[in-house]
Design a protein around this ligand. Structure first.
Ligand code: SAH
Length: 236
C-alpha cells in the first residue's frame, strides 16, 4: 500500500487518536504522527484503537509541526471550510491520486486539525494543497477520525493502480528546506527594505503561496538561496 504520513495536530480527545489509528490500519496505512496531543498517551486512545494499538504504539510524537513534516516533499492540509487566502483545493479522490503520483521514496504528509478550530493559518502556510471532503454545507465538519477514514479509504482504492508508472523522479525540496528558504527570503526582503517588519501585511503568506504552487526542486531552491546570498552581499 502506498503510504502517506497522517499528522494529527494538537488533538484534544485521545479517543479520536485511537479511532484515527484504527481507521488507518483498516486501510493499510501505518505512518501516524502526533503533534502536541493534549492528552496522550491515554487508555482511551488505546481502547478506541482496538486491534490497531500496535500502530498507536509506533506513532511518532512531536512538539511542533516542524518536526513532523521536516522531510516531507508534499504537504496537504484538510479542512471543513475554505480559507481567506485560498490554497489549491482537492477532493479526497484527487488527493489520493496526487499522493500516488509521488515517488515511494518521498514523504507526503496529510495534516488534520484540532477538533474545535481545525488548522491555524500558520499551519496552512505549510501546505501545498487543501482537501475538503464534500459534505452538508450547513453541517460540514466531520469527526476527525471519520475524516481520516475517508482520506485513507480513497488511498486504498488506488492500491495496485500504476498511476506513477514511467514518471521521472523529481527531487523536490523538503518542507524543512522550504522553511529555511522562506526565513532567508524574509530576512533579505527586510534588509532590502521591501518588507516592513513592523507592518508585514500578507507578503510572506502570498510568497509562500507562489512558491508552494511551483514546488521548487533541490536545484532550484539552491539557485534561489544563491540569489539571496548575492543580494545579502551587495547590501552589506
Ligand atoms: N471548525 C473546524 C472543524 C475541525 S474538525 C474547521 O472548520 O476546520 C477537525 C478536523 O477534521 C479538521 O481540522 C480536518 O482535519 C478534519 N475535517 C473535518 N471535516 C472535514 C471536511 N469536511 N473535509 C476535510 N477535513 C475535515
Amino acid at each position: 500500500m502506498k503510504q502517506a504520513r497522517i499528522v494529527l495536530v494538537n488533538t484534544s480527545h485521545p479517543g479520536n487518536i485511537g479511532a484515527a489509528a484504527r481507521a488507518m490500519k483498516n486501510m493499510g496505512q501505518s505512518d501516524l504522527c502526533l503533534v502536541d496531543p493534549q492528552r496522550y498517551p491515554s487508555a482511551e486512545a488505546t481502547a478506541r484503537a482496538s486491534g490497531a494499538d500496535d500502530l498507536l504504539a509506533r506513532a511518532k510524537c512531536f512538539g511542533t509541526l516542524n518536526g513532523a513534516i521536516a522531510d516531507a516533499v508534499l504537504v496537504i492540509g484538510t479542512s471543513a471550510r475554505s480559507r481567506s487566502l485560498p490554497l489549491p483545493m482537492l477532493d479526497p479522490r484527487a488527493c489520493a491520486k496526487l499522493v500516488y503520483e509521488q515517488p515511494d521514496t518521498k514523504t507526503v504528509a496529510i495534516l488534520f486539525g484540532r477538533e474545535r478550530t481545525g488548522l491555524s493559518n500558520e499551519e496552512l502556510d505549510r501546505c501545498h494543497y487543501l482537501v475538503q471532503i464534500p459534505s452538508n454545507p450547513e453541517y460540514s465538519s466531520l469527526n476527525i477520525a471519520a475524516a481520516v477514514q475517508i482520506i485513507v479509504y480513497e488511498l486504498s482504492l488506488l492500491a495496485g493502480d500504476p498511476v506513477n508508472a514511467g514518471q521521472t523522479e523529481i527531487d523536490y525540496a523538503t518542507a524543512q528546506q522550504m522553511e529555511q528558504f522562506y526565513d532567508h527570503l524574509e530576512e533579505t526582503l527586510v534588509e532590502l527594505e521591501f518588507l516592513d517588519p513592523v507592518n508585514p501585511k500578507q507578503l510572506m503568506r502570498r510568497l509562500r503561496r507562489l512558491f508552494g504552487r511551483t514546488r521548487p526542486d533541490q536545484n532550484e531552491i539552491n539557485i534561489l538561496r544563491g540569489i539571496l546570498t548575492a543580494m545579502n552581499k551587495k547590501c552589506s
